[in-house]
Design a binder for this molecule. Structure first.
Ligand SMILES: [Zn+2]
Length: 403
C-alpha cells in the first residue's frame, strides 16, 4: 500500500482534543504521525490540503444504501466516499432473511469503496420501500414475521458488519408494548437499538412515552428533532420520559429524511439542552434531491443552528463511531489509528441558505467535502448539490416516504 502524506491542513480531532495545523502521515492503512513539516515518504503520495480540515472519518449513522433491495436506496458510494464520507451505516433497510444478499451485493461488493455497516430490522422480512409495503401488507406488525433464533443467528453470522438493530416499534394490540422492539433488545446484547420516532401508515406504533421508557443507555432515537414526535409535552417542555431517557444515556440522532427534521423543533430541544448526539441523514432516493442532499448539508444546517465547527465535527465523526462501539477503529486522527479520515472545508462565499424542507435559514458557510482516506487510500470528493445550488427542489406537502 502506498504511503500517503496529507499536508498543511487544520487537523481537528475531538478525541485529543487536537486543533492545529499539521501534516498527517499514513502508511499501511494506519495514521503513523501527526505533526508539522513531516518528510514526504519515498515513492508516496502527497496531497496539498492547505486551507482545509482533516477530521476523523465522517460516519453517517442512518442512510439507506442496500441498492437493489426495494426502491428506496441510493448507491453507497454516491453519498459515501464520492462526497468525502468513508463510512455509512444502513438504517434497517433489510430484515433478517434478505441480509445475506445485501451483504454480498453491497457491503462486500468489490466495487463499493464506502465502508457500509448496518442496523438490521429484527423482522424476518423487512424491506424499506416508497409505498411502505411491509406496513401495507401488515407484516411489520405480524408476530409470524418474528423469529428470535433466526435473528440471533443472522447477527452472529454478520457480527463484523451488523452494528445493531433498527426497530419500527409496531404493536399488536397493546400500545405500550412492541414485541419487535422487545426481540431486538433481547438479542442486542451490547449493540445499540436505533428506534424510529414517528408513525407509519397502516401499522400502529407504541406511544413515544412507552418507546422512551423501553430504551437502554446507548440506544438511539433517530428522527429525534422531527417535531410532534412526543419528546416535548403540550407545554413545550421536555417530557419526563425524555429527561429520564437522556439522563440514563439514550442518544438523540438527527435522522433528517424529507419530513423528520425541523429547525423549529431542534431549536426548542436545544434550548432545553437536548442537542443532537449524531447528525445522520436518512438519505434515500426520495430525499437525496432535497431537502437532505448530503451528510455535508446536514452539517451546514447544524452550523446554521449555532453549533460551532468543533461541535459539528464531533457530532459527525467521533460520536457516531462511539454510538456503534467502533471508537477504537473510527473517530480519531491519532497516530496508530486506522486511516479512515475525512477532509472538509468551509466555503468562503459568505452566508449560505439551507432548508429543513419548510423553513429557510442562513448558515455562516457551507461545509464542503474535499475528499477522504478510506482504508489508507486517498479519494477526492465531488461537490454535492445543496439547497444553495439547487433551491427548493421539493413540492409543498410532497415530503416523500420515511424509513
Ligand atoms: Zn431510515
Amino acid at each position: 500500500m502506498t504511503a500517503l502524506l496529507l499536508q498543511g491542513a487544520r487537523v481537528i480531532d475531538p478525541t485529543g482534543p487536537v486543533d492545529e495545523v499539521a501534516d498527517v502521515l499514513i502508511d499501511d492503512g494506519r495514521v503513523r504521525q501527526v505533526g508539522p513539516s513531516l518528510v514526504p515518504p519515498p515513492g508516496g503520495e502527497c496531497v496539498d490540503l492547505r486551507g482545509t480540515m482533516v477530521i476523523p472519518a465522517l460516519v453517517d449513522l442512518h442512510a439507506h444504501v442496500m441498492a437493489g433491495l426495494g426502491d428506496f436506496c441510493v448507491e453507497a458510494d454516491s453519498i459515501g466516499v464520492d462526497l468525502g464520507v468513508p463510512v455509512v451505516v444502513d438504517g434497517g433497510t433489510s430484515g433478517v432473511s434478505t441480509f445475506d444478499i445485501c451483504r454480498r451485493a453491497v457491503i462486500d461488493h468489490p466495487l463499493v469503496r464506502t465502508r457500509v455497516l448496518a442496523f438490521m430490522d429484527p423482522n424476518r422480512i423487512y424491506l424499506a420501500t416508497g409505498d411502505f409495503i411491509c406496513h401495507k401488507l401488515e407484516i411489520a406488525n405480524d408476530l409470524r414475521n418474528l423469529d428470535v433464533e433466526a435473528l440471533a443467528a443472522a447477527v452472529e453470522r454478520n457480527a463484523d458488519v451488523v452494528v445493531g438493530f433498527k426497530v419500527r416499534a409496531c404493536h399488536v394490540g397493546d400500545p405500550l408494548h412492541s414485541p419487535f422492539l422487545a426481540a431486538a433488545l433481547e438479542v442486542a446484547d451490547a449493540r445499540p437499538v436505533m428506534v424510529h420516532l414517528g408513525r407509519f401508515p397502516h401499522t400502529p406504533t407504541i406511544t413515544p412515552a412507552a418507546l422512551l421508557d423501553a430504551l437502554r443507555p446507548g440506544d438511539i432515537i433517530t428522527h429525534a428533532f422531527r417535531g410532534a414526535g412526543g419528546l416535548l409535552g403540550p407545554d413545550g417542555r421536555p417530557t419526563p420520559q425524555l429527561r429520564e431517557a437522556v439522563a440514563r444515556g439514550v442518544l438523540l440522532d438527527m435522522g433528517h429524511s424529507a419530513t423528520d427534521f425541523r429547525f423549529s423543533e431542534a431549536r426548542r430541544l436545544m434550548d432545553h439542552g437536548y442537542r443532537p448526539f449524531t447528525a445522520s441523514t436518512d438519505l434515500n432516493v426520495f430525499n437525496v434531491g432535497g431537502p437532505v442532499f448530503s451528510y455535508l448539508e446536514n452539517l451546514t444546517k447544524l452550523l446554521a443552528l449555532g453549533c460551532t465547527l468543533p461541535e459539528v465535527v464531533e457530532v459527525a465523526t467521533t460520536n457516531p463511531a462511539r454510538a456503534i462501539g467502533w471508537d477504537g477503529r473510527l473517530g480519531s486522527v491519532a497516530p496508530g489509528c486506522p486511516a479512515e479520515l475525512s477532509v472538509i472545508s468551509l466555503s468562503d462565499e459568505g452566508p449560505v441558505p439551507v432548508s429543513d424542507g419548510v423553513e429557510p435559514l442562513m448558515a455562516p458557510g457551507a461545509v464542503v467535502p474535499v475528499g477522504c482516506v478510506r482504508d489508507g487510500v486517498w479519494i477526492p470528493a465531488r461537490r454535492p448539490a445543496s439547497f444553495a445550488s439547487a433551491g427548493p427542489t421539493w413540492g409543498v406537502g410532497s415530503g416523500g416516504p420515511v424509513g
